[in-house]
Design a protein around this ligand. Structure first.
Ligand SMILES: [Zn+2]
Length: 306
């Protein structure tokens, strides 16, 4: 299938998995960017934006949700564009204002996110101008309780964040913290089905043409997790390990294992789902599975991203 054609003035930058995709709108009065990537990639993020904007400033920055791979470039963008307005979902606005890296999950997940501020919140149900079109903001809980997705009904475009990817969706974080959220994932998939998008710009991976079997696959994946939450927890722990490898690229294995052992999310996932296994052995087992899957490598004392 050929890649979907996006309207002129909408630039979707497909990034790797460490940084979420960035979506830049240039055909309106104000330039708008949706999501800013991970902080260690912010030089590249700025370069991508400047390659399109030239000397024109970025006016508005919007975050679908506040995971470090979606808002890690906010601080760099705010420094580069001093008049930038930053719009975030309302759920964690207070925690951003007070800068609480625990509530914002950066400390518990062992991820990095430089402090940023915001100008306004975007309420779900409201309309927002991106470029020359009007987009709907929808609540999309599941992967993140406060996430928004954006829909443009004229061209049937969906900015789906981590609620829907071409193959599945992001880790269901509340489940790891003991809050039921698989049903919210299902409701968000129902919402997307109801919106009937034609083209989806996901948080990660390439832009894709929406077909019903994409939802069939996502629902199958959800069912396999909901019927076996340990499978989901194991998957989540591996995603967090892989995320760290994407950030560090190459790390002494002992240091890597130590990072995981001292990162609260791992302790929490382990205590809740894998209490029977010694922690170091558990990290070794998960790392071995990443290597078998071809997404990590061992080189002597080191573990490498692959
Ligand atoms: Zn996310």
């Amino acid at each position: 299938m050929s890649a979907p054609v996006l309207p002129a003035g909408l630039h979707a930058f497909e990034r790797g998995w460490l940084s979420a995709n960035n979506i830049l709108f240039t055909d309106g009065e104000e330039t708008v960017l949706v999501d800013s990537g991970y902080c260690t990639h912010s030089v590249q993020t700025l370069a991508l934006i400047e390659s399109v904007l030239g000397s024109r400033p970025l006016d508005v920055l919007v975050n679908t949700h506040l995971h470090s791979d979606h808002c890690g470039g906010n601080a760099a963008l705010q420094a580069r564009y001093p008049d930038l307005q930053t719009l975030i979902p309302p759920g964690h606005a207070q925690q951003v204002a007070e800068w609480d890296p625990v509530a914002l999950t950066y400390l518990p997940t062992g991820q990095l996110c430089p402090q940023f501020g915001f100008t306004q919140v975007i309420e779900p149900g409201h309309l927002i101008r991106f470029g020359s079109a009007t987009w709907q903001a929808h609540a999309a809980p599941g992967h993140d309780p406060n996430s928004l997705i954006f829909f443009e009904p004229q061209d049937k475009l969906l900015i789906s964040a981590d609620a829907l990817w071409e193959n599945g969706f992001g880790v269901v974080f509340p489940e790891l913290e003991g809050t039921d959220a698989f049903a919210e994932v299902a409701a968000t998939l129902d919402l997307i089905e109801h919106l009937e998008p034609k083209t989806v710009i996901p948080g990660h991976g390439r832009v894709f043409a929406y077909t019903p079997d994409i939802l069939v696959r996502a629902r199958q994946r959800l069912e396999s997790f909901a019927s076996n939450p340990r499978r989901h927890a194991r998957h989540a722990a591996k995603v967090l390990l892989k995320f760290k490898l994407l950030e560090t690229q190459r790390q002494d294995f002992d240091e890597f294992a130590q990072w995981a052992i001292s990162t609260p999310y791992f302790t929490q996932i382990k205590a809740k789902f894998f209490a029977d296994c010694p922690v170091r052995a558990w990290i070794e087992e998960l790392s071995a599975e990443l290597i078998t899957a071809g997404v990590a490598k061992r080189d002597g004392a080191y573990i490498l991203n692959a």
